[in-house]
Each structure stands twice: as C-alpha cells, then as structure tokens.
Design a protein around this ligand. Structure first.
Ligand code: FAD
Length: 467
C-alpha cells in the first residue's frame, strides 16, 4: 500500500516528522507538491523562484521522484490519493488563515474518496506548535517576554531522524494518468541573493553556527553584539530557509542549546534562540487572531488618521524606490528591491518612516515587503509592521518615533551600509553620509519631508486617537 506525503512549507527531508509518519503508515510513499494558483498569485517573483529552486533540490534528493502537479489542492490531492490507492495523506500542520481553510477543504474532499482517506498532520514548521503555549488560564499571550519564558519552559522535541532513505519512494512516472498531469518544476529568470533548498540551508546554518571556516567561526558567538549592525552583515540570513521549511527550527535549537553551554558562544546563542522564538510567537498570534493578518491587531487603532490619495501615493513611490532623501531609509529600500532581503534594523527604520513620517497605512508597506522579500512571511511580516505601527501585540509605543538620521549614525556608524546601497553617496566618507551637512550630490534627492514636523504630526494623530 501507499501513503501520500504532501509537501507545503516543509521542503526538506531531514527532521520531518510527517515523512516518518507516512513511512510508518504504508509500504511505499509518494512525495508530491501542488502548485496552488492562489498561493502563486500572492507570492512575489523572488519567493516563487526560491520555492521552485527548493522543489528542485527536493526532487534531486529524491532521484526525480517528486510529483509536482498544478491546481487546487482540494481537487488534486484526492485525485492523486485515489490514483495510487492511498489510505492516508501526510502533512506538516499549517496554521495560517489560508492554510487552515485549505486543509479543511482537502480533508472534506478526501473523506469522499473511497474508504475515507485521512489527512494526518504531524509536526509543524515551528519549534512549538502555534497556539500551544498559553497562560495558565488557557488565554493566549499578548506580550513576548512571558511567552518566551513559557516557550522555553515548554521545550521542544529533539530533531526527527528522517532523510531520503526513510521511505520507499513511489516513482511518479508509474502513477501519472491522464487525470494527473505531472508538471515540470517551473523556473524563473531571477537572481537570488540567497541560494534555495535544504542542502543550501544546512550549509548556511553550519557556517553560521561555527566550525566550518569560510563564514566566521564565531558568527553565533558575535551575534548578540553584532546583530544590529547592518554595515557588518552579521545576521544568519536563515529566514527564507525557515519560511519554506528547508530547515526545521528544532535542528537549529538543538545546536543552539549546545552552544549555550560554551562560554564563548553562550550569549550569542541565547540571543539567537530568542529571535527564533519571535517567529514562533508571531505565528501563534496570527493563529489566535487571524484578523491581524491585514487589520490592526489592536482595534483601537482603526480610528487613527492615515494619509491616502495622490500625495500619499507619491510619497509611497519615493519610499519604494529608495528616493526619500534620507540615506539610511533609501539604503534599506534599495537593499530590498536590489536583493530581496533587508536587515532587521532597516526593516524597523523604513517601516517607522513610512508609517510615522509619511503617515501611510502600514498595510501598504507590508504588501510591498511581501512582494519583494525572499523571506516574506505573513505572520512575521504583518506583526513586524504592527510592532512598528504601534497597533500590534506588545508593540513599540506609537509615540516612539525613530529619527532616521540618528538611527543611521547609531547602527551604521561607519556609513558603509549606506554607501553599499546608495551609489550617489559612494564618495562621501565615514558617517557624514548620514547627515550630508556639506551638501548633497546633485543626483541625490532632498528630503521629501521635514522629520521634525512629521514627528509632531504623528504625535498629534496619536493623541487624537487616545482622546
Ligand atoms: P537573524 O537575525 O539571523 O535571526 C534569526 C531568525 O530568527 C530569522 O531568520 C527569523 O526566522 C527569526 N527572527 C528574527 N527576528 C525576528 C522577528 N522580529 N520576527 C520574527 N522572526 C524573527 N521575518 C521574516 O522571516 N519574514 C518577514 O516577512 C519579515 N518581515 C518583517 C517586517 C518588519 C517590518 C520587521 C520589523 C521585521 C520583519 N521580519 C520578517 C523579522 C526579521 O527582520 C527577519 O526575520 C530577519 O531580518 C531575517 O534575517 P536573518 O535570518 O539574518 O535574521
């Protein structure tokens, strides 16, 4: 008999509990992926390229035995299950609003196939399943730090011991019929600054956790001191791999807890582990409050005055193009459009600028980020934006308005980051690049707003809200 292993955002073979569950359930396993037009339509080009390359990596590891089809999962999965006579379909749970609704539809459709084919969810893409860590009264956490404490106390499983040889794989060529059209894995002519796939993820992680030479032996060790320095580029860049499940966070946490017992890497490992917890936290927040995907988590903010219309459109275009005349903001926005990645400190700076200096709805910025980012992820992105906009769970207070120049001086003190991304400013040395006190090159724009005045305006709007 055969079980179906349906991949989604878990594009790997190591540490994959659903693979072990499928192999346990039947003699043979058919691996499949459904190109879902709804998800494809909502992914930016770079994310699609990352997805397709991840599928290629998976297919290679399976010696070409990944079945890829295109269509609505609620149509495709039952068809495939029926064609191979599968009794069970195995997945890693997906807790996003779309994922939950889709899986309910698939489950209902499967129950109509022959003898009730079951959809089995084993594991998720998170260290701790979203929604599992709650307060003692069962209520979800609204504040990160107590969630973090409870998350650590709860703990997580050790990595599942799975891999390419964990199952006897069915060759899709033996099961495709006129109803099941195998689809080639698509390709896109897009450069990725981060190579996709499980093997690339494991390589990158080994470099970052240390011990393999070519990155830095102490990347994790230095993380706590260096993580806020975009000019040093000292973060792991693991986010896209986590987003597509090329690696499971548990694999990383197993290393991190080991690194915590070494004096040289302890502080960095704890600090990194805390960031991974943010990812779990925001997935939990989205599961508990699905409205927060596109609406203010804190509904009190629904009444805040935002700018919409021609002027806001023009300001938004300047922001997207990295032509605001604020060097640190422009550098961040150009890193985004130029590479599909942006350093976390920059994400906070440019988001604050859009919401509090330009008074544009955070949703506009969040949509642009999702379009451009390779790691674009609904839970982390929307709640990152809402943290900045002040309407999220334990958000940065609205009245704390980042001064872009001060942020630049503090976090890019060498000015190297700005020069790397804004070529018009390449000849201005040192940190002077942030203030441009001696004038601006003629091809670099004047500031599109007066930060001081817009800060006052942001505070006025906030005060009007709290009245
Ligand atoms: P590292 O510093 O090496 O962190 C390690 C891992 O921890 C990351 O890969 C990520 O999985 C997780 N992590 C770190 N910080 C956060 C955080 N604040 N929230 C959630 N997870 C975190 N992250 C995304 O993965 N996708 C997004 O779409 C996204 N959008 C964001 C939008 C805004 C406005 C803000 C402020 C943050 C956003 N983040 C997002 C969080 C964070 O900026 C990125 O995860 C991080 O920059 C990725 O780089 P890295 O892997 O080198 O991070």
């Amino acid at each position: 008999d055969t079980a179906l292993l349906w991949f989604r955002r878990d594009l790997r073979l190591a540490d994959l509990p659903s693979l072990l569950a499928a192999a346990d359930a039947a003699d043979e396993v058919l691996a499949c992926f459904v190109l879902d037009p709804t998800l494809i339509a909502s992914s930016g080009e770079r994310r699609l390229k990352f997805l397709y390359d991840s599928l290629r990596d998976l297919d290679e590891q399976l010696d070409g035995r990944l079945l890829v089809v295109r269509g609505k999962p609620e149509n495709r999965i039952p068809l495939i299950a029926k064609a191979v006579g599968a009794n069970s379909v195995h997945i890693s749970a997906d807790h996003t609003p779309y994922g939950v609704a889709r899986d309910e539809r698939v489950e209902a459709a499967l129950s109509k196939v022959g003898d009730d084919v079951e959809l089995h969810a084993t594991g998720s893409s998170f260290a701790v399943t979203p929604g599992r860590v709650t307060k003692s009264d069962g209520e979800p956490y609204k504040v990160f730090t107590p969630y973090f404490r409870a998350w650590r106390d709860h703990g997580w499983h050790t990595p599942a011991k799975s891999g390419p040889t964990s199952a006897t794989w069915v060759d899709p060529a033996d099961v495709t019929s006129s109803e099941i059209h195998a689809h080639d894995i698509p390709d896109l002519d897009v450069d990725l600054s981060i190579p996709a796939g499980e093997r690339a993820a494991l390589k990158r992680w080994k470099q970052f956790r240390g011990g393999t030479g070519d990155y830095s032996d102490h990347a994790v060790g230095d993380y706590d001191d260096e993580r806020d320095r975009p000019d040093h580029d000292a973060t792991s860049r693991m986010s896209a791999y986590l987003k597509y499940g090329n690696i499971h966070p548990r694999t990383m946490l197993a290393d991190l807890t080991r690194l915590e017992s070494d004096a040289e890497t302890k502080t960095g490992a704890t600090s990194y582990l805390r960031e991974l917890c943010f990812r779990d936290f925001y997935a939990s927040v989205l599961k508990q409050w699905p409205h927060s995907a596109w609406q203010n988590w804190n509904r009190d903010f629904d009444a805040i005055e935002v700018d919409e219309g021609t002027d806001a459109d023009a300001a938004f275009e300047a922001w997207k193009a990295g032509k605001t005349g604020f060097p640190i903001v422009d550098a961040g926005m150009r890193q985004l459009s130029g590479s599909g990645f942006m350093h976390n400190r920059l994400r906070m700076i440019v988001a604050s600028f859009l919401v509090k200096d330009l008074h544009v709805p955070w949703q506009w910025g969040a949509r642009w980020f999702l379009d451009q980012l390779i790691d674009g992820d609904l839970a982390s992105n929307q709640h990152g934006w809402q943290w900045t906009a002040g309407c999220g769970t334990d958000a940065s207070p609205y009245f704390r308005v980042f001064n872009p120049t001060t942020q630049g001086l503090k976090f890019d003190p060498t000015g190297d980051y700005v020069r790397r991304w804004v070529p018009e400013l390449a000849d201005i040395e040192g940190k002077a690049v942030h203030e441009l006190k001696d004038g601006r090159p003629s091809d670099y724009p004047d500031p599109i707003v007066d930060h001081k005045a817009e800060r006052e305006e942001a505070l006025r709007r906030y005060q009007a809200l709290s009245k």
